[in-house]
Design a protein around this ligand. Structure first.
Ligand SMILES: Nc1ncnc2c1ncn2[C@@H]1O[C@H](COP(=O)(O)OP(=O)(O)OP(=O)(O)O)[C@@H](O)[C@H]1O
Length: 225
């Protein structure tokens, strides 16, 4: 993103943001409530339009980007209201949609990827439960599992540990460690890094919609060595 500017309700909530996420980065976006962290990651992916500046995903502006199977987005919460109730497994399986063709829905590889994602997030036992009846922390894990199931190259996670118990945070840190070791790129919005701290290769800090600090922390290889 270069010169990223976002206005909401006439207010500037992101301004002058230049940010490039490199392949293999494990980038943490930090900052106080309302600093614009969620807005930044949504704007990076084109989920919120820029009023000025531009953003590209693997070299293409979001409107022309087609390779969405390369991108896994974990929103802050499960969008519900009015939706058809779905089981945990169905929500997680929806993470495979960008990989499926009309002619080949739900292959064995799709089912295996969903199984692995459920396992990694400790949701195997809840697979048949209704996702909307789970606790906030469990729903957060469903969203992480949905992104994992898609086996993307880049994970964009908006506060994946918000409302998640300490054990699940440690499990997520473990999952992130595996992703980083496999060379995946991760952009993580966080208040506190907690057990994920040793995995982070770079941080940017936002205040009032601007990047006020960037800190390189070393490469994933160095950090996991
Ligand atoms: N849909 C919206 N309409 C209007 N203003 C919004 C909207 N979403 C966010 N904002 C405003 O934009 C600013 C940045 O919000 P954002 O959610 O990006 O911050 P954040 O750093 O992610 O905060 P938090 O840690 O609380 O999630 C805030 O002042 C917020 O009130």
């Amino acid at each position: 993103m270069s010169g990223g500017l976002v206005r909401r309700d006439g207010r500037t909530v992101l301004a002058g943001v230049d940010l490039r996420v490199g392949s293999g980065d494990v980038l943490a976006v930090l900052g106080p409530n309302g600093a614009g962290k969620s807005t930044l990651v949504k704007a990076l992916l084109g989920l919120i339009p820029l009023a000025a500046g531009r953003t590209e995903i693997y070299g293409a502006p979001p409107a022309r980007f087609r390779d969405w199977k390369r991108v896994g987005y974990v929103p802050q919460r499960l969008p519900m209201g009015g939706g058809v109730p779905a089981t945990v497994r169905e929500v997680v399986a929806s993470g495979r949609v960008a990989r499926q063709s009309r002619w080949r829905p739900g292959s064995a590889a799709d089912r295996a990827a969903v199984d692995r994602a459920l396992e990694a997030t400790g949701l195997t036992g809840l697979a048949r439960d209704s996702a909307h009846l789970l606790s906030g922390g469990q729903q957060q894990r469903v969203l992480i599992a949905r992104a994992l199931a898609g086996e993307p190259d880049v994970f964009v996670m908006d506060e994946p540990t918000a409302g998640v118990d300490v054990g699940s945070q440690a499990a997520l840190a473990e999952t992130l460690r595996d992703l980083a070791a496999a060379g995946r790129t991760v952009v993580l919005v966080a208040h506190e890094l907690g057990p994920m701290e040793p995995l982070i290769t770079r941080t940017v800090e936002l205040e009032h919609g601007r990047i006020v600090r960037e800190t390189p922390l070393g490469t994933a290889e160095r950090k996991t060595a």
